[in-house]
Design a protein around this ligand. Structure first.
Ligand SMILES: O=CC(=O)O
Length: 345
């Protein structure tokens, strides 16, 4: 093994130590210190003969944003010329600005698939809990409103799947895993909206409808779209106005696909009766006004917070790193680079 490092690992690994140990038998891996700062990282990236100057592939965890900041144009332009691939842990890669890396012909990979099941399970938990007003009931119980007020301790009465239409915005890997898990509950209808209708084999019994039709007919709106420039604040005041009064909203994708200030207003007015939220626009900062609302069933981004999911994500990221080093092509290239002819050349 040459002594010059070829892989830079950003962020700590929880479960894939064995898989990394196998990679380390073949390749020299450099991991950064836990007190790294963006300023120091940028400075070191630019050192012509520094310790990063021979790196070919960078693997980065979601949490490593605390050490380096976003992988934006400034970082892209500071990278040594040797860097050819950036491999992200996670399906959502909104912490990376793909365009500047693409301009430099640097491949970007993510880990779709590994997150689908665990995120969908969290989504279904939030969806059923929000439909039944469980967080309000629990809040009321903890605040002494029971006994004395009957079942629910003054919580509004919930809805059953048999009388409920679910609208899934984004029937991709996670959206389909949600649909599969919802089917046995016997919902009245499950509709979905994507930019284009899917092959019926991939629809899992969901009906394709326009965006406006979905907003009009759904009692529960389930969000599973990636965050990018075109989906940022896609759910905003005008969109809330087109929804049914008293709709339930569930989001396990990324907080910033919803305008959070508009959501707070919609929750206050009752337009949105309950929300199930695993993600927030400025997380880990969450407005205290939102946290205090009993009608919000909320979690601190726990969609993939399982041993199996984290291990799966870590191992899939390693597959991308190794795939680049062995074939010149990452295994799970991001959508934006899919048609680029420089990839793998
Ligand atoms: O949030 C989790 C992911 O993007 O995989």
């Amino acid at each position: 093994m040459s002594s010059a490092p070829v892989i830079l690992r950003l962020g700590s690994i929880r479960y894939a130590q064995e898989a990394w140990a196998n990679v380390e038998k073949k390749y020299n891996v450099l991991a950064i210190e836990s007190d790294m700062t963006r300023e120091k990282f940028l400075k070191e990236l630019k050192e012509p003969n520094g310790r990063f100057s021979t790196i070919k592939v960078i693997s980065r965890t979601y949490e490593s944003i605390a050490l380096t900041g976003r992988f934006d144009e400034e970082i892209a332009n500071a990278l040594p010329k040797s860097v050819k691939a950036v491999c992200h842990h996670g399906a959502g890669y909104d912490q990376i600005d793909v365009e500047p890396l693409r301009k430099l012909q640097i491949q970007v990979s993510h880990t779709p698939g590994a997150v689908d099941g665990p995120t969908a399970t969290t989504h279904v938990f939030l969806l059923l809990g929000a439909m039944r007003n469980y967080s309000i009931g629990s809040h009321n119980l903890h605040h002494g409103l029971w006994p004395g007020n009957g079942s629910g301790a003054t919580a509004p009465i919930g809805r059953d799947p048999s009388g409920t239409v679910v609208g899934i915005i984004g029937l991709g890997g996670i959206g389909r895993a949600i649909a599969q898990r919802l089917q046995p509950f016997g919902f009245k209808r499950i509709v979905y909206h994507n930019r284009e209708r899917l092959d019926p084999k991939l629809e899992y019994g969901c009906e394709f409808v326009s965006f406006d039709e979905l907003l009009k007919v759904s009692d529960v709106i389930s969000i599973s779209i990636p965050l990018n420039k075109s989906t940022h604040h896609m759910i905003n005041k005008e969109v809330f106005e087109k929804m049914k009064d008293g709709v339930c909203l569930v989001n396990t994708a990324r907080g910033a696909v919803i305008n959070e200030a508009d959501l707070i207003e919609a929750l206050k007015s009752g337009k949105v009766r309950t929300a199930g939220l695993d993600v927030f626009e400025f997380e880990p900062e969450v407005p205290s006004e939102l946290i205090k609302m009993p009608q919000v069933l909320d979690l601190p981004h726990m969609g993939t917070y399982t041993v199996e999911a984290v291990k799966g994500i870590e191992e899939k990221c390693i597959c991308n790193v190794v795939s680049y080093l062995e074939t010149g092509r990452v295994a799970n290239l991001v959508f934006e680079e899919k048609d680029d002819d420089w990839v793998g050349k």
